[in-house]
Design a protein around this ligand. Structure first.
Ligand code: PLP
Length: 439
């Protein structure tokens, strides 16, 4: 009997025992194609020799030194590397242990920025429904996934939510992308005006919505309009690239494809590729300067910030991705995956939408393709597809949620960047069998 409080107490989980490349193996000897990298984490695949060597070397040298006494070499090198490739205006990195911690730190940076610059009335956070920003209380408050929030409402700080830009569900018939971008972005301006611009601190959004909506990019121009609204009212734009960032969509940062730069960006999963727990906030010079010229500190911190082992692993992961030019493979294999999904499911009666960017694709499952009517919640279609896929040696990440009364089931496909065309074919074949068996 297990002594671990697992996510699903009654689930019978296989025991993961090994990993190499795109495959995971359990103690019963079963092999799985890790077509979701867990939850879009394992971007480099499993068992990469360079990362293992970097971890050995770092463990031999130094495992830990508290950041109130020391900086350390891998953390400095990782920050240099990230800032070199960062969007315009981003000047510094703050290292934490994961995505939720990154969001918490980003929210506090936004707040401290306004305190330091003499606008202490700015406290309101605006985010989008059907987004996920993490499970700690601040991150949960920012997120718009009701299923995850419901029990904890009394503990959550007040936040404000607007509709996401989600073409499949909310673009009107006949409405152009341009008109939809204007309408969806207008929701932010309306909310800012309703709250009073002088009270608004930050707008938080995932450039490509991951876990709760299933790889949903916005329509062209939406984020440029969002950036302009934030600038007009002096609001900090926090882009949450914890899931969609670090190459997953084919460019290092997903928001590059939207043509904008944030004030704060959170990254995590693909940063360390699962070899160590690590996340980061990338912050702009403007915010850094406010701290540097003000109290001279960021009033925050955890025991494990800038952890040497985590930073060494992330550095090795990022070096391997760059050296092997894996983002080119993300673009090529992403296009191939998208085409193969279209061929296999384009006319499937229970597949309503296939979307995403790069190796970050979502397949939305519906009861009726023509009306987009979703499945009833208690059928748990996404969980059934996950189970059927696992039984066929395939890992895909399931999700379901409700926005404004509209429910959606989806599975997320986010394989390691090293995947090849033959494995993509196998992923699509097994997913097809799993969907047909589950529904
Ligand atoms: N933000 C986004 C967009 C995520 O997808 C997640 C996790 O799935 C988080 C934040 C929270 O990250 P973590 O689970 O590492 O705390």
């Amino acid at each position: 009997m297990t002594r671990i409080l697992h996510r699903q107490i009654h689930a019978k989980l296989p025991t993961a025992d090994g990993g190499h490349g795109v495959y995971l193996v359990d103690t019963a000897g079963r092999s799985y194609i890790d077509a979701s990298g867990g939850a879009a984490v394992s971007c480099l695949g499993h068992g990469h020799p360079d990362v293992i060597a970097a971890l050995h070397a770092q463990a031999d040298r130094l495992a830990y030194a508290h950041t109130s006494f020391f900086t350390n070499t891998p953390a400095e090198a990782l920050a240099d590397r990230l800032i070199e490739g960062a969007p315009a205006g981003i000047s510094h990195a703050y290292f934490v242990s994961g995505g939720s911690e990154a969001i918490e730190a980003a929210l506090k940076m936004a707040r401290q920025y306004y305190v330091e610059t003499g606008q202490p009335g700015r406290r309101n956070i605006i985010a989008r429904r059907q987004s996920y920003h993490g499970n700690t209380l601040g991150a949960l408050a920012a997120g718009g996934n009701e299923m995850r929030r419901t029990q904890f409402h009394p503990l959550l700080i007040e936040t404000h939510h607007i509709d996401p830009c989600f073409a499949y569900r909310f673009q009107e018939p006949g409405e152009t992308d341009e008109a939809y971008a204007v309408r969806a972005a207008q929701a932010l301006e309306d909310k800012v005006l309703e709250l009073g611009p002088e009270t608004v601190m930050a707008f938080v959004a995932e450039p490509v919505v991951g876990a709760t909506a299933g790889a949903v990019p916005s329509v062209a121009d939406y984020f440029q309009r969002i950036r302009a609204i934030c600038d007009r009212y002096g609001i900090i734009l926090i882009l949450d690239e914890v899931m969609c960032g670090m190459g997953r969509t084919g460019t290092l940062h997903a928001s590059t494809q939207d043509g904008i730069a944030p004030d704060l960006m959170t990254i995590a999963k693909g940063l360390g590729g699962g070899y160590q727990p690590i996340g980061a906030v990338l912050l702009s010079q403007r915010i850094f300067d406010a701290f540097a010229n003000g109290t001279g500190q960021f009033q925050h911190g955890h025991t494990y910030i800038c952890h040497p082992m985590a930073c060494a692993a992330a550095l090795a992961v990022q070096e391997a991705i760059a050296r092997d030019n894996l983002l080119a493979n993300v673009r090529t294999m992403g296009a191939y995956l998208s085409r193969r999904l279209g061929e296999r499911f384009g006319n499937h009666s229970h597949v309503g939408d296939i979307r995403g960017r790069g190796l970050f694709m979502g397949v939305e499952l519906v009861r009726d393709r023509s009306t987009k009517a979703p499945f009833e919640p208690d059928l748990n279609v996404h969980a059934r597809v996950k189970r059927e896929a696992m039984a066929r040696g395939l890992l895909v990440y399931p999700g379901g949620g409700t926005i404004d009364g509209v429910r959606g089931d989806h599975v997320l496909i986010a394989p390691p960047f090293i995947i090849d065309a033959v494995t993509v074919d196998t992923v699509v074949d097994r997913l097809g069998e799993a969907i047909d068996a589950a529904i």
